[in-house]
Design a protein around this ligand. Structure first.
Ligand code: DMJ
Length: 434
């Protein structure tokens, strides 16, 4: 691997895409060296981390399509062989349906579409079958956790993101295996959730999947809700599902009417009560920065540009963005930075729709900041605080699946035709081949 690092280093000086490849290879090599076979790498202590005691190979599965797209074909083939030979879902573990769907199921499906390796589709089918019991609640909205071996499900107190961010993966699995049950269960959950919107068209951040009652009534575009909006739009685009189009348009209009906040410092999306629309907080953050991408993809490029400007001002205020930010006081309310991709993802979509050079430039500056703040000898680490720059010790799988992939696509947009794929919330490109 050392010779490849050297070649990548020599080639990167003038070429931003080569620079990202170098950083990807550095990060992947750290995982291979210190955590191979495990879910994730702790790059400071150079130790592995497994989510559930027994590895589900989350980093290699989540990274497979990045390896292919960034041009590491031999390494991708090696990882595929290892996954096919090693990965088993017959484990007595309680997994989070949402996380395993977006990282593992989505990773397998996307890599299958890119490589045609039928072993990956077989694994996806096996995983989908074991996750399905999660949907067996009185409302059809899934429980949070499912035991992969026994099929028992638990965790009735859920949220829109975990209920509504499943249809791209389950729907693609249905189309590729011709097993409609996957589409039907995930779609039913999305419809059941959307049907419980308030009279303003808003959702809250907590809902009981057994009773259908809201347990938290704050509406925003951040964690716990974010990708629910994203999947309404993208399920329409990927499957041509008109119900999803109607739900997307109603949700987007409600967000713009009630959650958008025009301030002296620009456009933000804050927090309101889902029933009354009363503003409850002026919080934004790293996760919320996904919204410019979705607005742009939905056709509202002007609003997307303004919101991305705001998100980038948050990034610049600290040199790296905080997870929580009060746009009135301009202080970090949650100072940690978990290597999130969303602001880069939005820059990628905006570059695609506007051809404005400021977005690739944004990508270059963000990469500089990441190198300055988060790079370690064995990969990249999360930060405990963007204020003090104190480091934590984790390289989440989405750093390879999303953060570096979007940085690369910003620098090398010809790699993939955005008009022909739909990216999942974990940046796995899916194609409509059916
Ligand atoms: C990823 O796992 C996904 O993008 C998810 O939708 C939100 N959180 C992380 C990245 O920040």
């Amino acid at each position: 691997m050392r010779w490849l690092s050297l070649v990548l280093l020599l080639g990167c000086a003038a070429d931003p895409a080569a620079r990202v490849r170098t950083e990807f290879w550095h990060s992947w090599s750290g995982y291979v060296r210190y955590a191979w076979g495990h879910d994730e790498l702790r790059p400071v202590t150079r130790t592995p981390r497994d989510w559930y005691g027994d590895s589900l190979l989350i980093t290699p599965v989540d990274s497979l399509d990045s390896l292919v797209l960034l041009g590491f074909a031999d390494e991708a083939a090696r990882a595929r062989d290892y996954i096919a030979a090693t990965l088993s879902f017959d484990k007595d573990v309680w997994v989070k349906n949402f996380e395993i769907t977006i990282r593992v199921l989505g990773g397998l499906l996307s890599a299958y579409q890119l490589t045609g390796d039928a072993r990956l589709l077989a694994l996806a089918d096996e995983l989908g079958r074991r996750l399905l019991p999660a949907f067996d609640s009185p409302t059809g909205m899934p429980y949070m956790y499912v035991n992969l071996r026994t099929g028992q499900a638990r965790g009735a107190d859920s949220n829109p993101a975990e209920i509504g961010t499943l249809l791209l993966e389950f729907g693609t699995l249905a189309r590729l295996t011709h097993k409609d049950v996957y589409y039907d269960k995930a779609k039913r959950a999305l419809v059941a959730l959307s049907a419980r919107r308030s009279r303003l068209g808003l959702v809250g951040e907590g809902i009981d999947v057994e009773t259908g009652a809201w347990t938290q009534r704050t509406c925003h575009v951040g964690g716990g809700i974010d990708s629910y909006y994203e999947y309404l739009l993208k399920a329409w685009l990927l499957f041509g599902d008109e119900d999803c189009r109607a739900m997307w348009q109603a949700s987007r209009d409600a967000l713009v009417a009630h959650v958008a906040d025009e301030t002296a410092s620009g456009l933000w999306f804050g927090e309101v009560d889902m029933g009354t629309g009363r503003r409850t907080a002026t919080g934004f953050g790293a996760l919320e920065a996904f919204l410019p991408a979705v607005l742009a993809l939905g056709g509202d490029v002007a609003r997307a540009r303004r919101l991305e400007d705001s998100a980038y001002s948050m990034w610049r205020a600290f040199g790296v963005e905080p997870d929580g930010f009060d746009y009135t006081t301009r202080r970090a309310t949650d100072p940690h930075y978990p290597l999130r991709p969303e602001i880069i993802e939005s820059a990628y979509y905006l570059a695609h729709f506007t051809h404005d050079a400021r977005y690739p430039d944004m990508g270059r500056r963000i990469l500089d900041d990441l190198i300055a703040c988060c790079r370690t000898d064995a990969g990249y680490t999360t930060l405990k605080s963007v204020v003090t720059r104190e480091r934590d010790d984790l390289m989440p799988s989405y750093f390879l699946a999303e953060t570096l992939k979007y940085l690369y696509l910003l620098a090398a947009p010809g790699t993939i035709d955005l008009d022909k794929v739909v990216f999942t919330t974990e940046a796995h490109p899916l194609r409509r081949t059916w």
